[in-house]
Each structure stands twice: as structure tokens, then as C-alpha cells.
Design a protein around this ligand. Structure first.
Ligand SMILES: Nc1ncnc2c1ncn2[C@@H]1O[C@H](COP(=O)(O)OP(=O)(O)O)[C@@H](O)[C@H]1O
Ligand SMILES: [Mg+2]
Length: 292
């Protein structure tokens, strides 16, 4: 049995007994939408330059776009259902979704961005992508907002509100909150009572707004562990055939039992007809993937 399968089985056992759902496969119909500024979002509009993001390795090459889009449809569906209570009971704070992983390079930033772009296509859903990787704010850098006011600044200054820092993008339904200026006390800031207020502002009293947090590696940073307290759903990205089982399990152990955790298997090469694939698989299809 593979490393990842073992991790998933353990996750299933612990979470199923707690009644928390795991990822399931479903398809979405994603109609086009018009660009409209969201309420509570500052005036500046940042462009989402798909070519630049592709060059930065954060979007798939064009020839694999369709396949990846399909995989992200499958991944987003249960997250959206849990957040909005569609067909299932809504999870507490299920609209706050953190993309986490044990160590760097597993695909958190890639997943955050692609999931955000996929989720925003949903009807009646808007997405706020938050650069919660305050240690290595790559999203803020590639989106040209690394100097902008962001999450840490709002937490630090109670006279600011989230709307002072959230940036509208030129992609309909997608806004972005940069990480903000670095602070040596970032962990304490993210774990603070003020962070709770900020998170409430991020959700914007709008049940249809999904807030997606990119984050720093759980096992290497205390900042990321602090951030888990704010999320209602946690997506653990595991780099297939690479991350050792004990590392995945150690990262899962840092999460509170009450959290709903899903696993995303990233960059698996186990495809029947290809050499290298950007493979995502939901937890429940992992057995099938590793067996073929
Ligand atoms: N599914 C994927 N397909 C293609 N490239 C990927 C995929 N996941 C991650 N990568 C690449 O792997 C590298 C690390 O991914 P990244 O999202 O930055 O990891 P993390 O944020 O966990 O440190 C990036 O250069 C990214 O381009
Ligand atoms: Mg990252």
C-alpha cells in the first residue's frame, strides 16, 4: 500500500468517526459571468495575467488546461457544498478554506490559485483569495502586490478594515488579499483575537463568498499552524510519490480534530496513458488511482 493511501486511510478513519466529509467527485456547470465590483472591496483592480502565471509555473501549460480544469471541478465541488450547505449540512465556517501542506513545494500555491479560478466560475459564488503565506508570499509577488497593504497590516492596525486592503481583480468574481508587510510577530498576529474579527470581515457577512487561504508549510512554520484556527475546511496538498507518510501524518497531527480535512494528491504520475501528469485526486479516489 502506498504512502499516500496509508495517510488517506488514517484520515478517513479519524474523520469519518467525527462525521466530517471527505472529497467526492462531482461535476459543475460553469456559466460565464460579468465583471462587477464586489461590495467591500477597495478601488484598485489588479490584472490576472494568465501568461505570466503560466510562466511562473502556477497555471498548467495550455495543452493540459482542460484536464486540470476537470480535476479542479472535482476538487471544488465538495468544498463548495460543505461551505454553502448544498446537499449536505453546511460546515461551521466552511466558507473559510485553507490550502495547507506539510512541507514546501507540494503545490499549495498552485492549488490555491487554480481552485480560486475554478470556484469563481460557480454561479452565485464569489472568491476571495488570501495570501496567507506570510513567510513566503509568492502569490502577492506574482500578482504584483507584494508591497501592498494586506492581511498582516489589517490585523496589526485595528483602525483598518479588510475592505482597505482587498483588491478586486479583472477576473469576474475573484478578489485578492495580499499577505501584507512582513512582521516578526506574524504567528501571534494570526493567532490573535483581532484575527477573528478580520476573518469575519473577510467573509463579509456574505454566505456566498468563499475565502481561500494559501499558506506556509505546516511543519516548518508556526504562522501556518496559527492560520489553521481560522479555517472551517482544510485542504491538505500531498505531493504524490514524494512526501513520506510520516511527514503527512505529522502535519495532520497539527490540525485540531474538529477541523474538516480533505486530501489532494498532487502531481501523481500514475496515469494509464501518460508519462507525466499534473494529477489531482480526491481522497476517495486514491485507491483507484494507485491501483491502475
Ligand atoms: N499540479 C501541478 N502541476 C504543475 N506544476 C505544479 C503542480 N503543483 C505544483 N507545481 C509546481 O511545483 C512548484 C511548487 O508548487 P507551489 O504551489 O509553489 O508549492 P508550495 O506552495 O506548496 O510551496 C511550483 O513551481 C509549481 O509550478
Ligand atoms: Mg506556496
Amino acid at each position: 500500500m502506498s504512502v499516500i493511501e496509508n495517510a488517506i486511510k488514517r484520515l478517513q478513519a479519524s474523520r469519518e468517526s467525527a462525521g466530517a466529509p471527505l472529497l467526492r467527485e462531482q461535476r459543475a456547470v460553469t456559466p460565464p459571468r460579468r465583471a462587477e465590483p464586489e461590495p467591500g472591496v477597495s478601488g484598485r483592480i489588479i490584472p490576472i495575467d494568465l501568461d505570466a502565471l503560466r510562466a511562473a509555473g502556477l497555471l498548467s501549460p495550455s495543452h493540459q488546461e482542460r484536464e486540470l480544469a476537470q480535476q479542479f471541478r472535482q476538487i471544488k465541488r465538495p468544498l463548495i457544498n460543505n461551505a454553502l450547505g448544498r446537499g449536505v449540512k453546511a460546515l461551521p465556517e466552511g466558507n473559510l478554506v485553507m490550502i495547507a501542506s506539510a512541507v514546501p513545494g507540494e503545490g499549495k500555491t498552485f492549488t490555491s490559485l487554480n481552485l480560486a479560478l475554478s470556484m469563481r466560475l460557480e454561479e452565485d459564488v464569489t472568491v476571495l483569495l488570501v495570501d496567507g503565506d506570510v513567510v513566503n508570499p509568492r502569490l502577492s509577488q506574482v500578482l504584483g502586490a507584494d508591497d501592498a497593504r494586506g492581511l498582516l497590516d489589517i490585523i496589526k492596525d485595528p483602525t483598518l478594515s479588510a475592505s482597505h486592503a482587498i483588491l478586486q481583480t479583472d477576473v469576474p468574481g475573484l478578489s485578492f488579499l495580499p499577505a501584507g508587510h512582513q512582521d516578526p510577530n506574524a504567528t501571534e498576529l494570526l493567532a490573535s483575537a483581532r484575527m477573528r474579527e478580520v476573518v469575519t470581515q473577510l467573509a463579509g457577512h456574505d454566505p456566498s463568498r468563499l475565502v481561500l487561504f494559501d499558506s506556509a508549510p505546516l511543519l516548518l512554520t508556526t504562522e501556518s499552524q496559527a492560520l489553521t484556527q481560522s479555517a472551517g475546511q482544510i485542504v491538505m496538498v500531498v505531493r504524490a510519490d514524494d512526501t513520506p507518510q510520516h511527514v503527512v501524518l505529522e502535519a495532520l497531527d497539527t490540525l485540531a480534530e474538529s477541523k474538516s480535512v480533505s486530501l489532494v494528491l498532487n502531481q501523481s504520475t500514475k496515469q494509464p496513458h501518460a508519462g507525466y501528469y499534473y494529477r489531482y485526486a480526491a481522497a476517495q479516489s486514491a485507491d483507484k488511482d494507485s491501483g491502475t
